[in-house]
Structure formats: C-alpha cells, structure tokens
Design a protein around this ligand. Structure first.
Ligand code: SAJ
Length: 426
C-alpha cells in the first residue's frame, strides 16, 4: 500500500518537502492554517517563490498525489515544518510547534513516525515535544517514533539541496532514528546520518552559529583596521591564502531568519557557557551603528543618501532581520534625506517608498550600498557623475566595481581614509 505523509506547515520548507515526497511516490497531505495557501495548493498553485517548485506542485496535484487541508489527517508519517520565531528577548517561540504537535494527536496510530523539521533549541524534542505525545498515553520511541531532522537548504536551490545535501536524522531513541532515516531515503541521495535528537538540534544551530561567529570576527577586524589604518579586506584576502584559514567578509551586519536568530537558541539554554556566541551577536548587531557613524564622517547632516539594497543578502527579495532596515532607521533619525533603490524586494514588503536607480541618485551626495545585488556590481558611472553632487560611494559589501577616478569610493578596506574635509560638499 502507498504510504501516506502529513506535512504540517506549507512554508519555504514544508511545501517543497511535501512536493518531493509526493514526487517520490508517497500520498501527501499538506496542512496549513493559511486558507489562501491551502486553496491555491488544491488548484495546483503555490503562494511562495522557489525555482522549479511551481511546475512540480502542478504535476503532483494534477496526479492526485498531493493535496492540502486546514486540518491534519491520518497518515503513516507526520512532518512538522512550522516556523519557530523568537520573542523580543530572543528566546524561541515554540507556540507553532506546540499547536502543530497537539493538532496531530487525534490522528496518531501505533507505529506512526513524527518528525520535527523546524529549527528548535537544544533538548526541545526530549523536554517539550515528547511530553506532549506521552501525555496522550503513547510510549514515545516504542509506539510512536519521534525524530528531529533539521533542514539546511538555501533558498533558490531548495529542490536540489533537499535531494543532494547530507541529512541529519536525530531520533529520540535509535529505533526512531532508523525509522525516520527510512522516510528520507525516498528521495535523498546525499548521506543520511543517524544520531540522537539532541545532537541533531545542536548541530543545526552550530552550523549557523559558526557562520555568525566568523562574520563577527571579520567585522571586528574591520573595526580594528579602521582604528589602526589597515586595509581589512587586503588582510582577509592575504590571510585566506593560508591553507587552513577562511576569514569571512565584514559587512553592514547579519540578517536573515537563520544566522541572526539561531545562535540565541543556544544562548537561552546555556547563557553562562556561551560568552563567545553572545559577543558575536553583539558585534554583528553593532554594525549598523558603525556604518552610520562612518556615513557621518563623509557627508554632512541633511545630505541626500541613496541607499542601495534593503534585503538581508544579495539577489533575493527577503528583508527579514535585514541590517539595512536598522541602518535606514538610524539615518532617518539623524535627519538625512533618503532615497531607496531596491531592485529585488517588492514595494509591499517595505514601508519606505522605493525609487528607480535614476530617481535614487538624482542630486544625491552619497550612494550607500548595503546589499550585494548583481545590479550594483557594475553601475552606470556616467549617469552617477552627471546626476550626483561630488559623487561618493560607500560600499559596505565590497561589491561595486568603479573605474572613474571622479567618483570617490569607500569600502571596509579604506574606512580610515574617510574625512569630510576631503569630500566637502561644496
Ligand atoms: N554575511 C556576511 N559576511 C559573510 C557571509 C554572510 O556579513 O562573509 C551576512 C549576509 O550578508 C547575510 C547573513 O550573513 O546578512 C546571512 O547570510 P548567509 O548566506 O550566510 O546565510 P542564510 O541565512 O541565507 O542561510 C543560512 C545557511 N547556513 C549556512 O551557510 C551555515 C543555509 O545553509 C541554512 O539553510 C540557513 O541559514 C537556515 O535555514 O538555517
């Protein structure tokens, strides 16, 4: 008999996962509280953007292997892929995980496998999810198998990485890990590694924390170099010629729903033991202020600044936790006139009015690059020179190539040369 999977949460992870399982032969029901997502999916359409997903979903829905519902149904496997946002104090908000787990309880049968894919603080499977199922009278690990299988896919490559990436499957006991690993064997061609739930939780969080801490080191290097008159970018490229060194890139801060969020899930569980992780967050969070302070060194109060890029990284439309938003707020508070050129995000995603390239640079005193979109790599220098007053570019992502000597160019390699006197507006 064809096995049935119920995927709770049809977001960036749940929907592609549901589609991949249907493609590989499972009967899949996708569950979401968002009526719009449910209705669209039942018509074979999708509410999110991801390369290749539209065609795949259309096909599996037409073939009757994937459908959506607002409530769970009986199944062999339940996959929970709901968001775990954080509270203002940065601790994890597990309300969606709790509700999703409680909602599947009436449909559980002996032998079912429950898999949590959502990113969760260490020990959440053991201390939070398992007790919800145990309270219902089940012996977790014997009658109901429970596992945490974090995802690590990159938007834009989700359908490829879901198949090819190594998958960590952390069971609450060994049998749960074995059962959950069999499930992913349906389409994963990468290695499927079995471990405990706690180890899986921690390894997912450490992947993103590793990156956050390394970016903080690069940002700290940028600050030190600014003080001592050193080109930080040159130092990075030279140090990286060492075969075992990989310094990351400094920038305006760290954004996104992963790196800027996940380290706090470790901190909340062991704050006294996490001084390095706490400081890395602090350093990365300080970067917007650092950028604005340097803007103040090159242009006067009241100057017009053309902000280039609001998204948290290049060539995507996602502004979640983006440091550019903090920088814009700080610049507004300081009384600068702002225009914003953001070729990827849509107007409805941001509260600030977006401008075209021409409008943004018109009569501007400074172009402040906050995201490395491809559009910014080669700018129309003739236009910049004709529309701007003493054109200056401050490129916090080191992505713009400038040929003209008439355009003053700053990045994190020459911050120490900044001075208003040298760049007087008149
Ligand atoms: N950044 C820097 N300097 C760098 C690298 C990145 O300032 O040298 C900044 C970016 O500009 C951005 C932020 O860091 O603001 C995060 O960007 P990212 O590309 O490092 O990561 P995400 O958040 O888009 O995706 C990460 C990935 N994790 C790792 O690379 C370890 C992805 O594989 C995960 O699936 C994802 O988190 C997640 O969902 O956890």
């Amino acid at each position: 008999m064809m096995k049935k999977i119920c995927v709770v949460g049809l977001g960036y992870i749940g929907l592609p996962t549901a589609a991949m399982f249907s493609k590989s032969g499972y009967e899949v029901v996708g569950v979401d509280i968002n009526e719009k997502a449910v209705n669209l999916l039942n018509k074979g359409e999708i509410h999110i953007e991801e390369v290749g997903l539209e065609g795949l979903v259309k096909r599996v829905v037409e073939e009757g292997r994937l459908r959506a519902s607002s409530t769970p149904q009986n199944a062999d496997v339940f996959i929970i892929a709901v968001p775990t946002p954080n509270y203002p104090d940065h601790t994890a908000n597990l309300e969606y995980v709790k509700t999703a787990t409680e909602n599947i309880l009436p449909f559980l049968k002996e032998g079912n496998i429950v898999i949590v894919e959502s990113t969760i603080p260490p020990r959440t499977i053991n201390d939070f999810v398992a007790p919800i199922i145990t309270r219902e009278g089940w012996k977790v690990g014997e009658e109901i198998y429970l596992a945490h299988c974090p995802e690590r896919v990159l938007p834009g490559r989700i359908l490829i990485e879901l198949v090819e990436n190594t998958r960590i499957v952390g069971g609450i006991n060994e049998l749960s890990a074995i059962k959950a690993a069999e499930v992913y064997g349906a389409f994963v061609t990468g290695d499927i590694i079995k471990t405990s739930a706690i180890t899986a939780e921690m390894s997912k969080l450490m992947e993103n924390t590793y990156r956050d801490v390394n970016i903080a080191l690069a940002n700290e290097l940028a600050k030190i170099s600014d003080k001592l008159g050193i080109n930080a970018l040159e130092v990075i490229s030279l140090a990286n010629r060492h075969p075992r060194v990989n310094l990351h890139q400094p920038g305006p801060g760290v954004g996104g729903h992963c790196l800027a969020v996940d380290p706090y899930f470790i901190i909340e569980k062991a704050p006294d033991e996490s001084p390095l992780i706490i400081n890395a967050r602090r350093i990365n969070n300080s970067m917007p202020e650092f950028v604005v302070e340097h803007v103040g060194k090159i242009v006067d109060k009241g100057a017009k600044i053309a902000v280039f890029g609001l998204t948290y990284k290049g060539n995507i439309d996602d502004v979640r936790e983006s440091p550019a938003l903090d920088i814009v707020t700080l610049l507004q508070e300081k009384g600068y006139k702002l225009s914003i050129y953001e070729p990827h995000a849509k107007q409805e995603q941001v509260t600030l009015p977006l401008s075209t390239f021409d409008e943004a640079i018109d009569q501007a005193n400074l172009i402040l690059v906050l995201t490395d979109h491809n559009e910014f790599k080669g700018l129309d220098e003739v236009k910049i020179y004709s529309k701007m007053i003493n054109p200056i570019i401050f490129d916090t992502k080191n992505c713009v190539k400038i040929n003209s000597e008439s355009i003053k160019y700053y990045n994190f390699g020459n911050l120490y040369t900044m001075s208003k006197k040298k760049n007087a507006l008149i």
